[in-house]
Design a protein around this ligand. Structure first.
Ligand code: ATP
Ligand code: PRP
Length: 214
């Protein structure tokens, strides 16, 4: 069995924060990720490759073993589920909150609340736990539009500064989860490639600790 390690990275915002952290841990792509349309990269470490994926696909690649390790937002992991995955390290980047939000000052009117979100499973679970009847409507972006367009009473979305909500006449309501980016590892790979994976986790752990005043 090959001892090559594949680390799946989430593109976009998380990638921009992950690459400096990987560099602090001594892992660098062999070429500039922005310079081409390439998605699979060699690194400075022998037999470690990086693959850059849509954030929501990272847990799937790692769970099914196509990648050994991955970097993904906790929001994405909550929605996907963590079966077959270890989550050994909080990378403490791309911190934000997963919240409910609605039009500023508006009371949730109807008994069965209409909720627009891309986090359908998380939303269903959370409203059920609160004992609130909810009809969850799947959207793929621009959740903040849904209440303004009378598509939904509330949304479940990421909030950081709150600027996006404010700019659209909305306010945050309930906190569902605090979010940051996590390292995940395929459970079988953790056993089979333990001697390759553990040093990488340890170096990343030190890189995270070196950044965070404790
Ligand atoms: P896609 O384009 O695949 O739908 P996306 O637009 O959600 O993904 P990004 O905006 O790059 O992708 O966000 C990726 C991750 O970064 C999220 O899953 C979340 O963990 C985190 N994140 C999203 N928005 C913010 C924010 N405003 N501040 C901090 N972290 C955020
Ligand atoms: C994310 C998220 C919110 C916004 C929250 O969107 O979906 O819309 O950030 O951040 P804020 O509270 O600081 O305004 P992003 O900027 O990633 O754009 P997206 O619509 O492409 O996800």
């Amino acid at each position: 069995m090959t001892k090559q390690l594949i680390l799946a990275l989430s593109k976009g915002r998380i990638l921009e924060e992950t690459l400096p952290l990987l560099a602090d841990a001594g892992l660098r792509p062999a070429e500039d990720h922005g310079a081409s349309r390439k998605l699979l990269f060699d690194t400075n470490l022998p037999d470690v490759k990086l693959v850059v994926l849509r954030a929501t696909d990272v847990p799937t690649y790692v769970q099914l073993g196509a990648a050994d390790m991955g970097v993904a937002g906790k929001d994405v992991l909550l929605e996907h589920g963590v079966e077959g995955l270890h989550e050994p390290l909080d990378l403490e980047i791309a911190a934000c909150r997963l919240m409910t939000a609605g039009i500023t000052g508006a009371e949730p009117a109807r008994a069965r609340r209409r909720v627009a979100t891309k986090f359908v499973k998380v939303a269903r679970r959370w409203y059920a736990e609160q004992g609130i009847q909810a009809e969850v409507i799947k959207l793929y972006g621009a959740m903040e539009l849904a209440p303004l367009m009378n598509l939904a009473d509330e949304i479940v979305d990421i909030v950081d500064t709150g600027n996006t909500l404010r700019a659209n006449g909305m306010e945050p309501r309930e906190l569902i989860a605090t979010i940051s980016t996590r390292l995940v590892v395929n459970k079988a790979a953790m056993t089979m490639k333990h001697d390759r994976i553990m040093p990488l986790i340890q170096r990343l752990e030190s890189a995270v600790a070196a950044r965070t005043p404790r």
